[in-house]
Design a protein around this ligand. Structure first.
Ligand SMILES: [Zn+2]
Length: 69
């Protein structure tokens, strides 16, 4: 996702702000269970939230969704 891209809240139509989570280095790490191996799972990506500053609605976007395939 492009950092400069503006997103509009699906709930109230206000502008949304790209945020980050305080846990983890570049966001929360999520993994596709199909990628599970004994020692590693390379089917993973970081996700970060985009939050509506008007109503608080939050959406999550993966930095590298193609990594989950
Ligand atoms: Zn909203």
């Amino acid at each position: 996702m492009d950092n400069s891209e503006k997103r509009t809240c699906l709930k109230c139509g206000s502008e949304m702000t790209k945020c980050y989570v305080a846990e983890g280095f570049r966001g929360l790490l999520v993994k596709n269970p199909e990628g599970d191996r004994i020692l590693s799972n390379k089917k993973n990506t970081n996700i970060n939230p985009v939050i509506c500053t008007h109503c608080g609605f939050a959406e999550w976007y993966a930095d590298e969704p193609e990594n989950l395939i």
